[in-house]
Write a protein that binds this ligand. Structure first.
Ligand SMILES: C[S@@+](CC[C@H](N)C(=O)[O-])C[C@H]1O[C@@H](n2cnc3c(N)ncnc32)[C@H](O)[C@@H]1O
Length: 303
């Protein structure tokens, strides 16, 4: 992942991917060994069958899907996050990804398996972030230094990067006091729906195909995405520093204006975006909310 919700920030970022009406009671840090969720969705099988063939046809032609396959990524969705997140966190940032399904994190990324709709899981992520920041010793200011195969540092970060790390350390003390440790919260979560084909290719290491990202029913997709966006916004309210940014994927519908108004109260600038990699016929879109205002919480904007 590296890939969850999150293009993470230059410092301690948070990247969340995934989520749905499924429930995962026990969150796993890193590559969780279990796949513990249940999905309470009923579906019209005839409809699923035909929309699934269309999905397969589209995937065959889709440039981003082919590229993702080539790079061994789990889905075309990875590109949407990677476009935003990957290069943005070097050298001192940290990406934390949360998903219902287990994911093997690449270097510099932590993954937590859990249901982001659960306050228990959100608390666990907050604790993890706080511990990560506390554990980060002054020696970590060398983060970004290149090591050779024997573990010997052969190249150190520039003075600019070293100074940046210093200022992060002093900011850290302040941030620890109020739990606002995160620079960017990015949610690419979309409710997983029951899989209807491809069961023969399921494996624990490639579980993505066990779920589908849209139900084929626009209101259901919209309502599910609003729940996930609000959970991400609550998390951002608790953890995002003043001046930090928030991005969330949603499916357009009657309630998105209300979410946009909330974001406008909490952030200095809010954009609605439809990335190039998102199919034009899909109702999928993103809110990009920039520069969190000080002293405005999700409770304030819900009044
Ligand atoms: C569109 S995919 C995101 C893919 C991801 N951005 C990537 O790059 O691979 C949506 C993801 O949201 C996850 N998800 C859905 N509901 C979730 C929840 N309540 N908590 C955590 N993850 C959830 C799904 O498991 C799925 O992996």
């Amino acid at each position: 992942m590296r890939a969850l919700m999150n293009a993470v920030a230059p410092r301690y970022g948070n990247f969340m991917k995934a989520a749905a009406t499924a429930t995962s009671r026990i969150p796993f840090v890193q590559s969780g060994s279990g796949f513990n969720h249940r999905v309470s969705i009923a579906c019209d099988c005839a409809r699923w069958s035909s929309s699934n063939s269309r999905w397969k046809q589209r995937q065959g032609k889709d440039y981003f899907a082919r590229e993702a396959k080539v790079q061994g990524l789990k889905s075309r969705a990875a590109f949407k996050l990677l476009e935003v997140a990957m290069e943005r966190t070097k050298p001192n940032g940290r990406v934390v990804g949360i998903d219902l399904i287990p994911a093997q994190p690449p270097k510099g990324v932590s993954t937590i398996q859990g249901n982001f709709l659960s306050p228990v899981v959100q608390d666990m992520v907050k604790e993890y972030l706080a511990e990560f920041v506390q554990r980060r010793s002054p020696a970590d200011r060398d983060a970004g230094a290149e090591e050779n195969k024997e573990g010997v540092i052969t190249e150190r970060p520039s003075y600019i990067d070293a100074e940046r790390a210093e200022s992060i350390d002093s900011d850290r003390e302040m941030s620890l006091n109020d739990g606002k440790l995160v620079d960017v919260v990015l949610s690419d979560m979309s409710a997983p729906w029951l899989q209807t084909s491809g069961f023969s290719s399921n494996t624990l290491s490639n579980p993505y195909s066990r779920m589908m990202n849209t139900s084929g029913m626009s209101f259901r997709d919209h309502a599910g995405s609003m729940d996930l966006c609000l959970a991400a916004l609550q998390f951002a309210s608790d953890t995002l520093r003043t001046g930090g940014h928030f991005v969330c994927k949603f499916y357009q519908g009657s309630e998105d204006k209300d979410l946009e108004l909330k974001l406008k109260k909490m952030f200095a600038k809010v954009h609605r975006e439809k990335p190039e990699s998102s199919r034009t016929e899909s109702r999928e879109a993103y809110f990009v909310a920039l520069r969190r205002k000080s002293d405005v919480t999700s409770e304030d904007v819900s009044k």
